[in-house]
Every structure is written in structure tokens, then in C-alpha cells.
Write a protein that binds this ligand. Structure first.
Ligand code: FAD
Length: 545
């Protein structure tokens, strides 16, 4: 069997090596347009900033190591330019010489990835305006920084690549401004969680221009001018465009393969395209959102690797099926970590799901052990069935492990309140006996079981005028900052001062994190009051307002 793979990075390289492990005798050719295979796209921003110092560290395998260990014929600087499906022939152009030649295949795997979106704006081809996809792109940016010594940069786009590059440019000493059309960075996150990320960016000296539409670019003597619609233009020594990616499917389109969502290649769950001899994987294909079951484009390395594996298995006669993606992702923002899995509130609403959510701010590990830091965690679930839909966590230590536990729980089909029952590892330097994930489960169980009613930060301004609003923190905490209209009765005095709270009106209760106010709600409810707890407490309210 002769198998040709187009695209030699995440999906393509995985497919190639899995194929070899399953079939020692297959002829495997891996074609890659750029000069590198099996490179770490995800490490490119850190190479730009100098955190990864050597470019050799960006490549996990070389054509030589592929050949020696796997007997795979890896050809870099080779672009597949045509697929003759009838005769099963790929036409290839050697990019350095322009030589064109043809190769026959029995099976073909497409893993061409996605291109940075480059809208047809005036000046889009300007010098000093970069995009980041390949090692060559990263080399060009780093060389620019080392030779031209820019002092300022504009980052068009506040998605995860934009933020990683912004951080790294800052690390390299540049003054960085992020410009984004949306009213928040990191659109997979809800606006309240994104506000925490925005605060962190600002704290680290990054300027944010949100709700700002880029109208074009102009080269200047020293760098570049970014023109904005109805706003003053911005100038910097360099700019980088990371406003999203689009499936790189020109070749598939030309070959007449069925395309779907945003031009991505349609595949079945074995990764087979509309042509039974051609498989496709990675950023270029339409996949299924594992929560909504709807079609989705998820440009992440995990799904690409899994799909490469699945395609290879099916080609070699093993049965393997793609199971959709939760889009689990994590991003470092200076010393902060932001992670998400599954659906946000806005994605759940867009999917027409009746959802509820809890927000909490647990400590990363036992408070009595030095160095504990709080994280903000939001868990979204279907109101009636308690089906877990997704989570977002922003904090420092331990964010990544909590998001992975919740992603695993979603995949396993656990109900949201079952998070309370997970038996998780604990010692004081790592967690608490009730881990943050357990705590989320307990809160959900209290809410769904009617032991606690809650209200949210964005409802605070619209609470009924006649309602009693209660702040259960200490006098000192209250004096340091409180929400207008909330009366201070510290939790420990509540039982003695119940007569100060009028009967017959709802009582809206808050504290710093939501725990003392929960205890207060239980006291109030058992004394006949209709009490509501502020989800996430004053700490979340003040952080996102
Ligand atoms: P790619 O890995 O992009 O590989 C496609 C390859 O195909 C390219 O090298 C291209 O040159 C080649 N190609 C295309 N057309 C042809 C052709 N006609 N002939 C020959 N070769 C061709 N994901 C995460 O999960 N976590 C991260 O932290 C993360 N960080 C990222 C940071 C950056 C800067 C970038 C760009 C991406 C990041 N990603 C991250 C996304 C992740 O890298 C991709 O989802 C993943 O690499 C997709 O794999 P793929 O095989 O579909 O495409």
C-alpha cells in the first residue's frame, strides 16, 4: 500500500508514524510545503519572545529522524498542487526549484491545517506586518526583533495566539497594544471571565483597544500605521495579524471533495472524506462539538493529533471513530492561567440550552499551606438534567488540572453535581480535602436540590427595590469596599440581629467568596426568609464589573 500525506505537522506527522507502527511494509510519503516537519506551532510564540532560545527546540522530528526511525519518506519544500482522484495521482511542486512531478497513491491523507485570516484590507501586504503559522514566520519575526529592535507592536486580534504573542513581545521589551473588534479578548470565554484576563493584560502593561475595527495598514518610515474605522489610527514599529484562522482547503476544493462549514472538508467519523480513498484531519476538517453535537471548527492540536491516529487506524483496518471535541484549551497570560472546556454560557445560550451556572473562587491548595492563590471557576450545566456543559477557570496554580478533571467528567457523562463525589488526590501543597472541583459539585447540588438559591453579578443592579440586601462580611471588609445598598451584618452576628431584616421580602446576600453568604442564606431560609446568595461573591463582582 502506498500512502501519501499532505501536511507534515500535527495531524499529518501523527498519521504517518501511526501508519508505520501498524504497517511495516507500507510506502509512506509525507509532503510538507514549508521547510520543517513535525514542528511545535504551539511553541512559536515562545520562540519569538526568546523563552525558547533555539530554533532546533521547535522541531520534534526532522526528515532524517523520520527516515531513520520510521522509514518514512519525508519531503519538505514540496507543495501538493493537484489531486487527480480518478487516477489517484498527486501533482507536487518543489517550491525551491519549481520542478513539478507526480506520485501515485492508494490512500491519501490531507492535513493541510488552517491559514491566518488575512482580509483584503488596504496595506495588508505591508512590510512590518506579520502573521504566525510556520517556523519560517517565527524566524522572520524574531529576526526582525533582533535586527530592527522595534520598541512597539500592535497585535491585531485578542485570541489565544494574539495573547501568547503579545505576552512574548512584552517579554522581549516591546510596548504592545492589542486591537480587537470584539468587546472582549478570548471569545471562547464569557465576557465576565475574559474581564479577568483583560485586567491581567493591563496589569502587565499591555494596552487594549476593544470594539475597534481595523480598516487598513500603511507603511511608515519607522514602522506601520494601523488605520481604524471611526477612530484615530495607531502607529508602531511592527504589527502582527492574528484575527483567526480559516481551513486551508484550496487543494481539496480543487479536487472536488465535499466541503462544509466555512469551506472545511467534510469527513465521517473515520475521517474519510467524500472520496473513499482520501482521509482528512486537523484544522481543515469539520468536526462535531461533543456537547451540542453540532458541526464545528476547532483548531487545536489535541483533536488534530487524535484524528491523525484515527485516520491511520482506519486505513490499516482497525476500527476507530472520532468522538467530537470539547475544545478544551489553556493559555498562559504572564503568571496567570486561563482554561476552558465545553460550552460557555453564551455558547449554551446560542445552542438553545436551558442552563444554569455556578461561580466560585476556591484556593488552589489548602489555605494554611504557604502560597495558596484563589482561582475563579465557572461551571455551566443544563438546568433540569444537570448535564455538565462546560467550565472556565482563570487563576494561577492548579487551573490546568481542574479544567482537565472537568473535561474528563464531561466526556464520561457525569452529572454536574457528581463533581462533588470525585475522589481526587489531596495533600496541603496541592489541593484541599474538598478540591475546587468537588466544591463546584457541592454548590451545584445545593442549588439543584433547593438548599440554596443564587443570583449573579450582572443582576445586582436590577434587584427589586424593596428587597433587603445583606453583606455578611466583617466590618473591616465592608469598609474597604462594598456594593451600594447592601447593609452590613457580619455572619457571626446574624442570628442575634435577625430582627433587623424585614420579613416578607426577598433577601439578597453576599460575602467575599460566596461561602459565608451561603451559611447566612441557610440561617435565613431556616428562619422563614426567601434568601439568595451572590454567586462568586464580592471578589468576582468587583473583578468583573
Ligand atoms: P498544521 O499543524 O498547521 O499543519 C499543516 C501543514 O500542512 C503546514 O505545515 C502546511 O505548510 C502544510 N501544507 C498545507 N497545504 C499543503 C500542501 N498543499 N502541500 C504540502 N504541505 C501543505 N493548539 C493547541 O491545542 N494549543 C496551543 O497552545 C496552540 N498554540 C498555537 C500557536 C500558534 C502560533 C499556532 C499557529 C497554532 C497553535 N495551536 C495550538 C493550534 C495547533 O497548532 C493546530 O490546531 C494544529 O497544528 C493543527 O494541525 P494540522 O495538522 O491540522 O495543521
Amino acid at each position: 500500500m502506498k500512502i501519501i500525506i499532505i501536511g507534515g505537522v500535527a495531524g499529518g506527522a501523527t498519521a504517518a508514524t501511526r501508519l508505520r507502527r501498524l504497517d511495516e511494509h507500507a510506502e509512506i510519503i509525507l509532503l510538507e510545503r514549508s521547510g520543517y516537519v513535525s514542528y511545535a506551532n504551539c511553541g512559536l510564540p515562545y520562540y519569538i519572545g526568546g523563552i525558547i532560545e533555539n530554533k532546533q527546540d521547535l522541531t520534534l522530528n526532522t526528515p532524517e529522524s523520520f527516515s531513520t526511525r520510521f522509514g518514512i519518506d519525508v519531503r519538505v519544500h514540496q507543495e501538493a498542487i493537484d489531486i487527480d482522484r480518478e487516477h489517484k495521482i498527486v501533482t507536487i511542486r518543489e517550491t525551491e526549484t519549481d520542478r513539478v512531478y507526480r506520485e501515485k497513491y492508494d490512500k491519501l491523507i490531507l492535513s493541510p491545517g488552517a491559514r491566518p485570516v488575512q482580509p483584503p484590507l488596504p496595506g495588508i501586504d505591508s512590510h512590518n506586518l506579520f502573521t504566525l503559522r510556520t517556523v519560517e514566520d517565527a524566524l522572520a519575526i524574531r529576526q526582525f526583533i533582533e535586527t530592527r529592535k522595534p520598541k512597539s507592536a500592535i497585535m491585531a486580534g485578542g485570541g489565544f495566539i494574539g495573547l501568547e504573542v503579545a505576552e512574548n513581545l512584552r517579554h522581549a521589551g516591546l510596548d504592545v497594544t492589542i486591537v480587537d473588534l470584539a468587546d472582549q479578548v478570548m471569545t471562547p470565554f464569557d465576557a465576565d471571565m475574559a474581564a479577568l484576563i483583560q485586567a491581567q493584560l493591563k496589569k502587565n502593561g499591555i494596552h487594549l483597544k476593544l470594539k475597534s475595527s481595523i480598516a487598513g495598514f500603511e507603511e511608515t518610515e519607522t514602522g506601520i500605521r494601523v488605520l481604524r474605522k471611526d477612530e484615530a489610527s495607531l502607529e508602531a514599529d511592527m504589527a502582527l495579524l492574528a484575527i483567526g484562522v480559516r481551513p486551508d482547503t484550496k487543494l481539496a476544493e480543487k479536487a472536488g471533495l465535499q466541503l462544509g462549514l466555512k469551506g472545511a472538508i467534510v469527513v465521517d467519523d473515520t475521517m474519510k472524506t467524500s472520496d473513499p480513498s482520501i482521509y482528512a484531519v486537523g484544522d481543515a476538517v469539520v468536526i462535531r462539538n461533543a456537547v451540542t453535537n453540532q458541526e464545528a471548527l476547532i483548531a487545536l492540536a489535541g483533536p488534530a493529533n487524535k484524528e491523525g491516529h484515527i485516520a491511520a487506524d482506519n486505513i490499516c483496518g482497525l476500527e476507530a471513530h472520532a468522538q467530537g471535541s470539547l475544545g478544551s484549551s489553556v493559555v498562559k497570560i504572564f503568571d496567570m492561567t486561563a482554561a476552558s472546556t465545553g460550552l460557555s454560557e453564551k455558547a449554551a445560550a446560542a445552542a438553545g440550552i436551558d442552563f444554569d451556572r455556578v461561580v466560585l473562587s476556591p484556593l488552589s491548595h489548602a489555605g494554611y499551606y504557604p502560597g495558596a492563590q484563589s482561582m475563579f471557576m465557572k461551571v455551566v450545566y443544563e438546568r433540569q438534567s444537570l448535564r455538565l456543559l462546560g467550565a472556565q477557570i482563570v487563576g494561577y496554580e492548579g487551573v490546568d488540572k481542574r479544567i482537565d478533571v472537568i473535561a474528563t467528567a464531561i466526556k464520561a457523562g457525569l452529572k454536574a453535581d457528581a463533581l462533588a463525589d470525585l475522589d481526587l488526590a489531596y495533600a496541603p501543597p496541592y489541593s484541599s480535602a474538598k478540591d475546587p472541583v468537588n466544591m463546584a459539585g457541592y454548590i451545584i447540588r445545593n442549588v439543584s436540590g433547593g438548599l440554596m438559591k443564587q443570583f449573579h453579578w450582572n443582576e445586582v443592579q436590577d434587584l427589586p427595590a424593596a428587597a433587603f440586601k445583606l453583606d455578611t462580611r466583617t466590618e473591616a471588609e465592608y469598609a474597604a469596599g462594598h456594593i451600594d445598598g447592601f447593609k452590613n451584618i457580619p455572619l457571626d452576628e446574624l442570628r442575634e440581629r435577625l430582627e433587623e431584616i424585614p420579613a416578607g421580602q426577598p433577601v439578597y446576600v453576599m460575602c467575599q467568596s460566596g461561602l459565608r453568604s451561603y451559611i447566612a442564606c441557610r440561617i435565613l431560609m431556616q428562619n422563614g426568609y426567601d434568601a439568595y446568595n451572590l454567586s462568586g461573591g464580592y471578589s468576582f463582582y468587583s473583578a468583573v464589573m
